[in-house]
Design a protein around this ligand. Structure first.
Ligand code: GAL
Length: 339
């Protein structure tokens, strides 16, 4: 494992960059800032994830490139929730809703790193009341490669009071290479029969709808661009795909997604009940990407494995409540192969 000093944040905190190598020669570089996956380079030299070269660019961007997102990924309707009879008020940083843990979520923390063999272990703390959430929380994310070149991300969290948690990683993939432009030609297969319906602010209404007969149907592989402009309210509301799909069979051995482009296949596994398919609809090229790349709208896509968005407000969704002293655990693996 290689460790380099990356640079300091504007607050003067030291950020490090760790590079881990898979048995087959893939290289994953991870920053302690946001526990961010900054690059994922295949043996051919192709880097398939979007990222930035400088710390200043990471601090300027608001697209969560490669970052671990929490305390609660995705939206909390109205930016407030009630737990154990008490109301907690969060910031509304996405229309009327709370998004991705707030203004200073886990993506903006400098995590502490240690190594365990070829595994990178990143930890952070979140104070009681931070961003409005109850309970002091300890979070650990472990990154490692398995023998078959799958990059695993394993998340655990514990709180000293009842709270909410939903952790994910916000990597944008472009399998043709991070600076190759549109991902609309990528084909995607998703093992999902249903998705959570969104309101006009991309927050769940609580209804779970079948994908059958809609643009959301990826049960047979199809290009991401095939139905993205269909005149369907859900696609229109998301400005493209920005929806939580209900996974039929969350598993660490049977994949729930396969994406393909340019001779590269991405296969994804998770323990989580849902995945946000997000087609980079709000990428706008505002902050330079690696090597000066310009990441415009739909130049990357995310498969954010997660609990359902806004689950605290919908009794029919799996609960996002983490009880005091209990351990939250999620694991996701991204396997990349080249032809
Ligand atoms: C996604 C979210 C999008 C957008 C994006 C960040 O996870 O669903 O609506 O906010 O993050 O730009």
């Amino acid at each position: 494992m290689k460790k380099q000093s990356f640079v300091t944040t504007k607050n003067g905190q030291e950020v490090e960059r760790y590079t881990i190598q898979s048995p087959g020669g893939l290289l994953a570089s991870i920053l302690t800032y946001g526990a961010t996956l900054q690059s994922l380079v295949l043996p051919s030299g192709r880097d398939v994830v979007l990222g930035h070269d400088t710390m200043a660019d990471y601090e300027r961007q608001d697209k969560y490139l490669g970052a671990v997102v929490g305390r609660v990924a995705n939206r909390i309707g109205g930016g407030r929730f009630t737990l154990n009879g008490r109301e907690y008020v969060l910031c509304q940083n996405n229309g009327p809703n709370h998004l991705h843990g707030g203004l200073a979520g886990f993506d903006k923390k400098v995590w502490q790193a240690k190594t365990e063999g070829e595994m990178l272990v990143l930890s952070c703390q979140s104070a009681d009341g931070e961003e409005g959430y109850p309970g002091k929380m300890e979070v650990t994310v472990r990154y490692w490669f398995s023998e078959d070149d799958t990059l695993w991300m394993d998340y655990t969290a514990k709180s000293d009071a009842d709270t909410l948690v939903n952790l994910t990683n916000h990597t944008y993939f472009n399998l043709e290479g991070h600076s190759s432009g549109s991902i609309l030609g990528h084909t995607l297969w998703l093992d999902s029969d249903a998705f959570t319906e969104n309101d006009e602010f991309s927050c769940p209404t609580g209804r779970i709808l079948p994908v059958e007969g809609t643009a959301m149907d990826f049960r047979r592989p199809k290009p991401l661009g095939q139905d993205i402009d269909r005149k369907e309210e859900q696609i229109h509301r998301g400005n493209g795909y920005d929806h939580n799909f209900v996974l039929k069979n969350p598993s660490l051995t049977a994949p729930f997604a396969k994406a393909q482009a340019g001779g590269v296949t991405l296969t994804v596994y998770t323990t989580q009940p849902g995945v946000q398919l997000y087609t980079g609809n709000f990428l706008d090229g505002a902050v330079p990407g690696k090597g000066g790349a310009c990441y415009e709208k739909r130049c990357g896509f995310c498969l954010e494995t997660q609990g359902f968005p806004d689950a605290i407000h919908h009794a029919n969704f799996p609960s996002p409540v983490l009880k005091a002293g209990e351990t939250y655990h999620q694991r996701t693996g991204y396997c990349l192969t080249e032809e």
